[in-house]
Design a protein around this ligand. Structure first.
Ligand SMILES: [Zn+2]
Length: 256
């Protein structure tokens, strides 16, 4: 599946061409509006050409620009898990279903405040300094599409070959887009970010690590081939097979 990666500060948003229109997957942080517009311009796409936005989950770095984009094009239909509906209305990353740093090493690095290292600046940005895990609340509209169970794109009126599958663990509302050719856009259901800190293809925040790895099992069993995460470069599914279960619960600490 041909996709355009709109690389924002730390989030990859993807554009997929569907006939004369585009499907946008995720939107980035609220403060990234100018960067988002610049990226769109670079690839010669305008907001008026977007027909759908699919949110992999409700977090600030994925839905921050949702309201802003819809202000420009109110006809866009937003697709999300039915579990995202109330969370988007709160305008805040959900922390009531667990959530901690994936490993102790990252917390240690943060506490050392190694400001001179570029990676720490990136990490701080990622973690919450600018957005504070908040975003402008979003109230779903009549035309939006709530996914209540696994659905093919065709079932929700999108003419692409693939399926939207539920992949919770990072958040309760996480969904992934599995295309028939084996490409899988996973949001934060996996990541390729800060490997040096022992993330082992997990994203930094995880609500429920067992559920997170169950979602990997699902992605693997459904014959995904290439994983496209929101954070970091794409990678082959074998990396998930090799690393499943490697982050143990006891190595996780809360981000408090
Ligand atoms: Zn997230």
């Amino acid at each position: 599946m041909e996709k355009i990666n709109l690389k924002l500060t730390v989030t990859n948003c993807f554009l997929i061409k569907n006939k004369e229109k585009y499907i946008l997957i995720d939107t980035g942080y609220e403060y990234e509006w100018e960067l988002f517009c610049k990226r769109l311009k670079e690839v010669g796409v305008s907001i008026s050409e977007i027909s759908h936005i699919i949110l992999t989950h409700h977090h600030d770095d994925h839905c921050g620009l949702l309201n802003k984009i819809l202000e420009e094009n109110n006809a866009i239909k937003v697709v999300m898990s039915y579990l995202a509906k109330d969370l988007l209305l709160k305008g805040e990353n959900d922390q009531s279903h667990g959530g901690g740093l994936i490993n102790k090493r990252i917390k240690l690095l943060l506490s050392l405040g190694l400001k001179r290292f570029k990676i720490m600046i990136t990490l701080k940005k990622f973690i919450n300094k600018k957005s504070n895990l908040k975003f402008t609340p979003y109230k779903i509209r009549e035309n939006d599409i709530l996914i209540t169970k696994e659905s093919t794109f065709k079932e929700i009126g999108i003419d692409l070959n693939g399926t939207i599958i539920e992949t919770p663990g990072h958040s309760i509302d996480s969904i992934s887009l599995l295309f028939d050719d084996g490409d899988c856009i996973v949001g934060d259901a996996a990541a390729n970010f800060m490997q040096f800190a022992g993330t082992k293809y997990c994203v930094i925040y995880v609500c429920d690590i067992d559920e997170y790895y169950n979602s990997w099992t699902k992605i693997i069993s459904r014959n995904a081939k290439i994983i496209f995460p929101s954070h970091g470069d794409s990678f082959i599914v074998e990396k998930l097979k090799d690393n499943i279960g490697k982050n143990k619960k006891e190595n996780m600490v809360m981000n408090k």
